[in-house]
Design a protein. Structure first.
Lengths: 112, 113
């Protein structure tokens, strides 16, 4: 059974800092990995999707990497801003293509 | 405006009642999903549908039922058999199942009184 872990559970940084969020998974037989952002009481906003054959994806200040062999993905946020404060979740789509397994998320606070 | 809509935003249920949560999408996506989120936790899959008139159980399907009579609509019924239904419910869709990005609706918060 796929298990997805996100560490740390919470992170607080000063504005302008570069930071890395981690996502690890136990079964490397995956279709893709997706990073989301969730604001309190809201739905999820897709940030980046990495297919199993890809190593990384970039969008603006965000860069996500994927290392299937070690079961790890990282989300790099450059020059963090207070507006980046949210919970970030990763989801892994495994061998059963209909099912995604989510981590519990990392809650990020960026202080002005 | 393309997207996924969920209604209502807030729903209150008395014990023993069935309630139905609505999910509609105008993205022409084949696949639709229902997830449950409890405080401080990630999402758990309840049901998913890859095509009209077909749906599969997820990890926590007990006490829930769904239908997929139209491509745009995937309603979720929370039955009285669901022992702890208070949670945030999220609907999602994707063009297909395997390699595609999932897009989410705004969610419905269900509270049992």
């Amino acid at each position: 059974k796929q298990e997805v872990t996100q560490i740390p559970a919470a992170l607080s940084v000063p504005e302008g800092e570069n930071l890395v969020l981690n996502c690890s998974f136990t079964d490397s037989a995956i279709y893709n990995l997706q990073w989301f952002r969730q604001d309190p009481g809201k739905g999820l906003t897709s940030l980046l999707l990495i297919q199993s054959s890809q190593r990384e994806q970039t969008s603006g200040r965000l860069n996500a990497s994927l290392d299937k062999s070690s079961g790890r993905s990282t989300l790099y946020i450059a020059a963090s801003q207070p507006g980046d404060s949210a919970t970030y979740l990763c989801a892994v789509k495994g061998a059963n293509a209909g099912k995604s397994t989510f981590g519990d998320g990392t809650t990020l606070t960026v202080k002005p | 405006d393309g997207g996924i809509t969920q209604s209502p935003k807030y729903l209150f249920r008395k014990e023993g009642q069935n309630v139905t949560l609505s999910c509609e999408q105008n993205l022409n996506h084949d696949a639709m999903y229902w997830y449950r989120q409890d405080p401080g936790q990630g999402l758990r899959l309840i049901y998913y549908s890859q095509i009209v008139n077909d749906f599969q159980k997820g990890d926590i399907a007990e006490g829930y039922s769904v239908s997929r009579e139209k491509k745009e609509s995937f309603p979720l019924t929370v039955t009285s058999a669901q022992k702890n239904p208070t949670a945030f419910y999220l609907c999602a869709s994707s063009p297909g199942v395997a390699y595609n990005e999932q897009f989410f609706g705004p969610g419905t918060r269900l509270t049992v009184l």
